[in-house]
Design a protein around this ligand. Sequence first.
Ligand code: 2M8
Length: 428
Amino acid sequence: MGAAEKLHVDDATLSREAQAIITGNDRGGYTVPTAGLYPYQWNWDSAIVAMGFAAFDLDRAWAEIETLVAHQWPDGMIPHIVFHKEAPTYFPGPNVWDTGRPVPTSGHSQPPVAAFCAEELLARDNGALGQARAARVFDALMRWHRWWHDYRDPGALGIVAITHPWESGRDNSPDWDEALKAVDGSNVAPYERRDLKHVDAKMRPTKEEYDRYIALVEFGRSLGWNARDIGQRNPFFVADPGTTFILLAADRALLRMAKFLNKIDDVPVIEEWIARAETGVNRLWDASQETFAALDLRTSKHGGGVSNAAMLCFFAGVGSNDQRAAMIGHFRRIRAKTGFGVASHDPDQPNFDSIRYWRGPVWAFMNMMIGRGLNEQGYEAEGHQVWEDTRALLSGYGFAEYFDCNDGSPAGGGAFSWTAATWLQYAA
Ligand code: 2M8
């Protein structure tokens, strides 16, 4: 594809535009990722957006997370979508999920970024009122993290599984290609894709992938969305480096919050989760490719390759010296092959696609976490490069959902909430 025309927007204008995007996507207590394509509240989008709101409206920032946790399930799960008001522009909607919740939701979760987003709000708002709001959010997040450790790591391995590519948030990543073959998508009820009315098909998952996504929804529904049964019987149960690293970083944030908020009884529980994960992550190490990678827990095989999720090892603060050196080597190799970092998949692999969603494009909010991790672990040159690339993409090509990692072309939906929030978070 030809390079998109480049904008040249200064920082102050970018901040104004970012704020306008978030407020424009505000539906009252929750924010949609972008109008039309994603007309509901998505879990990790919402938490990231709270950090964006924090740059100009702390009260609204808390409200975003409070609305999200208000839809927690009795078992502790916080769902990946809350269907506040039915919207015809998205499939699959509430009837397909059929979770029986008072306000309809989807039936699985999404990466638990909310704890470190909440910690960020608390850092800016730590008076009596901020602490009271943080304490209530903390209790919900504690239950949610327990849900992840109990139901998505039933063997106490220290790595967490996802039961649907949508649960990882990295829907069509090559990390799932092999494991998805175990899912029969040939008998799903007829459906119409609505995403293709908003976005070019070459930027989205294929029909075959969608058939399998829907088959997994039908399977979860047939089990009444019982998390224990799904853990035992779902044909797709894959340990995800992204979710595992994010949960570990979020557990560390939760631990700091527990100490600050005097939630003393929770401290040893969280410490145990962290200790288990710190050794467990070695199971994700794929020695043949020298990277952290997905691990199919049904077959014990690694899948995929070097992803932007694997680069979150720094954010999680894990890895031996050799593992870190290998990951930095991949970072440099991949950055040298692309116009902008951090590519969501390895350009040296045959299934790389610079424009297709999670198979190559750059995601600004992922860069935020990767860059922060690199800086925290002392890789400042790489951390700086991630920020410079992110700034170049946003100022040159706008607040798109994601960007072609070769030429920076904006891709997916426009006026995108978490991309705008990433700018506000970085700039503030
Ligand atoms: C994308 O996923 C949804 C399904 O959850 C979709 O394509 O229909 C992913 O990028 C996901 O990570 C994100 O949370 C969601 C909304 O931005 O869109």
